[in-house]
Write a protein that binds this ligand. Structure first.
Ligand code: CP
Ligand code: NVA
Length: 321
């Protein structure tokens, strides 16, 4: 069931001060709250309404991997909310020279009001959060990409009208994107099928956790190896790059191993006629998706990218206000 903003009782466990490390730490009710807040902030921005609840607050943004969307949407977002964003290249911090994560967390807590981090290891993000007294936001690790998926949920809700009775198919690598999408589908009660090559399945522990979450929320999680099986009658078809950041050396091998896992017009025809095509971007046209699909009438990839701004502004307002 969709939940209306006025029925939400997020006071059970206030969002203020919380970390955002994985979607699995958030309930369906809390995610709906963030989505309604994101819609409200999007409307305010479209109407030119200046809303600065984070005046005087500073968000640190640590990057150990490249970024276009995450960096710019967080930086623009915190400015729009009245605050300041600090871009911190991990290599320029003492962290990059071996200063302990726990010490870094304590130092940052003395200067900042929140910290967003994009790095390799999820454990490092957890350690940062455990030692910080300010909210820590996961801006992508090898394991998860929860900020992207929050924006994706906002986008699906806009395009389909609600998150109810949604059948989502994911085609490609069992990576950070599929892990966060599985949690989102499980918590929001969607039917989710990932099709990956056999040796590229999602992490078994993440899948098991998603299956458990799905049981209590009327969702369904499946992993198959035939893209056609996954896409059959789907409302949403999602894909991501075959080689993620940090896997560049495996590019050639992966191109071979993922043959047959490209989302093209023929595959999309197996989905519902009004199917929505999604991709977190950056995309490689001619690899995981053909140009006619990503640039075609079913694609909402730029709407997803724009919603990163609104969804993350909602997150910052909720956690840092
Ligand atoms: N989708 C996404 O996170 O993009 P960036 O890597 O450009 O931040
Ligand atoms: N799976 C991709 C997502 C990029 C936003 C990566 O980790 O590189």
């Amino acid at each position: 069931m969709g939940v209306k903003l006025e029925y939400l009782n997020v006071n059970k466990k206030p969002l203020k001060g919380r970390d955002f490390l994985t979607l699995a730490d958030y309930t369906q009710e809390e995610i709906y709250y963030l989505l309604y807040l994101a819609d409200d902030l999007k409307r305010k921005k479209q109407n030119g309404y200046v809303y600065e609840p984070l005046k005087g607050k500073t968000l640190g943004m640590i990057f150990e991997k490249s970024s276009t969307r995450t960096r710019i949407s967080f930086e623009a977002g915190i400015y729009q909310l009245g605050g300041t964003g600090l871009f911190l290249n991990a290599n320029d911090l003492q962290l990059g020279r071996g200063e302990e994560v726990s010490d870094t967390a304590k130092i940052l807590s003395g200067y900042l009001d929140g910290v967003m981090i994009r790095t390799y290891s999820q454990e490092m993000v957890t350690e940062l959060a455990e030692n910080a007294t300010i909210p820590v936001i996961n801006g992508l690790t090898d394991l998860y990409h929860p900020c992207q998926v929050l924006a994706d949920l906002q986008t699906i809700k806009e395009v389909k009208g609600s998150l109810e009775n949604i059948k989502m198919a994911y085609i490609g690598d069992g990576n950070n994107m599929v892990h966060s999408l599985m949690f989102a589908a499980a918590i929001m009660g969607m039917e989710f099928t990932a099709a990956t090559p056999p040796e590229y399945e999602p992490d078994a522990a993440v899948t098991e956790k998603a299956e458990k979450l799905a049981e209590v929320n009327n969702g369904k999680i499946q992993v198959v190896h035939d893209p056609a099986d996954a896409v059959h009658e789907a409302d949403v078809v999602y894909t991501d790059v075959w080689a993620s950041m940090g896997q560049e050396a495996e590019q050639a091998k992966r191109e071979q191993d993922f043959a047959g896992f490209q989302v093209d017009g023929k595959l999309l025809e197996l989905a519902k006629p009004d199917v929505t095509f999604m991709h977190c971007l950056p995309a490689h046209r001619g690899e995981e998706v053909t140009a006619d699909v990503i640039d075609g009438k079913h694609s909402v990839v730029f709407q997803q990218a724009e919603n990163r701004l609104h969804a993350q502004k909602a997150l910052m307002v909720a956690l840092m206000r």
